[in-house]
Design a protein around this ligand. Structure first.
Ligand code: ADP
Length: 306
């Protein structure tokens, strides 16, 4: 159903009272290694909702790669098309989480950058899923190549422009849905999405460049859906957030699963998909870590009666 072309990172998570300033040392209260990477997180989220998911990306030949691949296999994400690069370490993310669950992250991309257009073309049959998702933790050329293949097959393309950077025109034209958070929206458009007008203005820039739909995630406020005719905000679930790592990834995985199940794309389908995605990510923010926090479908049923 879903192909994710994206990153796999080992998250090194350190719990602190507050995030240290430059030159400062703080004593941490905990440390954990948790499988992450935006690509892998989104793959796991869609899979835990029940979609069949294949992951395309690159890892090193090391201990972190083994843990990451085992973890994906445990959930049933197809990993046999992952490339192993013997020269480069697997990607890592160094993450601080403070006492309010806010985070601060730096990522060493490592092997994630060593997937290329040749690999993408070799896997062209794999990439022709119903839905193709990508982000910016893998090379932007491979994002473009993947979406070109996807569009030849009439797949639905979902771009999560994260971490924040400008979106090449060629890529945004190939994107059915562009899903930035508030920071990414500001970097892409120069507009901070703080109210209805600024959200509409920012989205208009992305729509004008060729995106069909824009969904701006607004943290605890939920998410806005915008196309050339309509605008709506779907409010988030009210929960007690302890760690927002992978909130956006859970949202995107959940949204993709919903659309894949529906099989078609419209503004009305997106409203329902965002309601569903808000629930998936709401559960994720009540728990620590990336893949460790992403819920299963049965938990959604239990908590929200889905
Ligand atoms: P990112 O994790 O990429 O920064 P956001 O912070 O915008 O993305 O969060 C993505 C989605 O996660 C939101 O649209 C919302 O549904 C959910 N979410 C995030 N923070 C909270 C929160 N504190 N309470 C409830 N839902 C949240």
């Amino acid at each position: 159903d879903i192909c994710v072309v994206g990153s796999l990172n080992m998250d090194m998570v350190v719990n602190v009272e507050r995030i240290p300033n430059i030159g400062e040392t703080v004593l941490a209260k905990g440390f954990k290694k948790i499988p992450g990477g935006k690509g892998a997180n989104q793959a796991v989220a869609a899979r835990r909702m029940g979609s069949s998911v294949v992951m395309v990306g690159c890892v090193g030949d090391d201990e972190n790669a083994k843990i990451l691949i085992d973890n994906l296999n445990k959930d049933g994400v197809e990993t046999k098309y992952l490339k192993i690069d013997e020269e480069t370490p697997t990607g890592v993310a160094l993450i601080y989480v403070d006492k309010d669950g806010r985070n601060n992250i730096s990522v060493y991309a490592g092997a994630n950058l060593n997937i290329n257009n040749e690999d993408i073309n070799r896997l062209s049959n794999i990439i022709k899923s119903k839905i193709v998702i990508t982000q910016f933790e893998t090379p932007v050329e491979t994002a473009i190549e993947s979406f070109k293949l996807a569009k030849q097959n009439n797949s639905i393309t979902i771009l999560n422009p994260a971490p924040a950077r400008e979106i090449p025109e060629e890529l945004i034209k190939l994107s059915d849905i562009v899903i930035p958070n508030e920071t990414e929206t500001e970097v892409i458009t120069g507009i901070k999405p703080i109210d209805e007008k600024s959200i509409k203005d920012a989205a208009a820039i992305m729509l004008q460049k060729g995106a069909k739909y824009v969904i701006i995630t607004l943290g605890e406020k939920g998410a806005a859906i915008i196309d050339n005719e309509r605008f709506t905000i779907v409010e988030a679930q009210k929960v007690n957030a302890v760690d927002t790592t992978a909130a956006g990834d859970s949202f995107i995985g959940g949204l993709s699963h919903y659309i894949s199940k529906k099989g078609n794309l419209s503004f009305d389908v997106l409203i329902e998909a965002v309601k569903f995605a808000n629930k998936v990510s709401a559960i994720a923010v009540t728990r620590e870590g990336a893949q460790s926090s992403i819920p299963y479908m049965w938990e959604l049923k239990e908590i929200f009666g889905e």
